[in-house]
Ligand binder design. Sequence first.
Ligand code: BDR
Ligand code: CA
Length: 352
Amino acid sequence: MAGQNTIGIRLCIYSLLIKWYNLYDMKHVILDTDPGVDDVMALALALASSDLKIEALTTVSGNAAVEQCARNCQLVVEFLHPENPPPVALGATQPLVRPPLTAHEVHGPDGIGGITQLHLPDGLRKYPEPTLSLDPRPAPQLIVDLARDLGERLSLVTLGPLTNIAQAIDLDRSAMRNIGEIIVMGGAFKVYGNTSLVAEFNIFVDPEAAQMTVGLGAPLTIIPLDVTEQVRLMRGRIDSRLEAAPSAVLELVRDVSAFYMDYHREHDGFDGCYMHDPLTVGMAIDHSFIRTVPTVVAVETTGELTRGMTLAELRPGRLPELPNAEVAVEVDAERFIDFFLSRLQETMKNAK
Ligand code: BDR
Ligand code: CA
């Protein structure tokens, strides 16, 4: 009997040690986001990934007003019901020096493809108004607190304009410099922009904040349109997965992306959507989806026609000696799409 007790205690200690080790081994991540349809898909991927510990969701004015973006984050968290829901914080209401610019024509009236207006046959909302409360700290403060606590164990992944990051740099530059990695969705180098001829949305909205971020000196990886526009999720692909097996989280992906896909069908000529933000989270999970090169990146803040343009030396043989960023230049698009769909379907069983 005494022997059985000892074995029981030992097993208990081992399982606690394994749990503690797994927790220690996870990547600690802040997602700074402006949901946004592809932001929602990125949040779902992050919350479905047990190799990431999502420390916080910080919101910024971008695709929609920041209050709406925060509500959208909370709605997604409540629907997906993760074991440890991360805090959601309200961030910058407008860019550092410019007026806000939203993208409702792309992301719908609520910023998440109109899913707040979907109702079930009993009349209740399919994706109910969230009840979670917000973290009391403004987003830049929460980012700095986590940077101080976690230092180089922290990965900061940005999916919207970089206003919160610039404000966090103003609060504590040295803590921000010590972050393990910053992964930014933004920029367009060898391709046209999606907001002007030369600029991508996240950088166009707040070029001053983007310039501060690339000048910080923390390890920085940039995921530009050059690679994100190669990663397309087609409508038929979600439908056939759903036909094969029901999945609440894939249903969310289908619902949230319908409006966004209509936009792409009309403007970009394919019945699907670009996976800008999910690919950026994918990079935090597994660097092998993307090939990057080290270079010097700069952001145009003064040009009349070139606001928010991103520039980098990417010619082979001419890479600079003192790079300030890794820029993504190649992506394994098919492997990523497959990974995205499988991970959501296999792990997000708690979704309502
Ligand atoms: C980026 O702009 C936003 O509209 C998307 O959410 C993505 O973060 C792509 O240019
Ligand atoms: Ca976004």
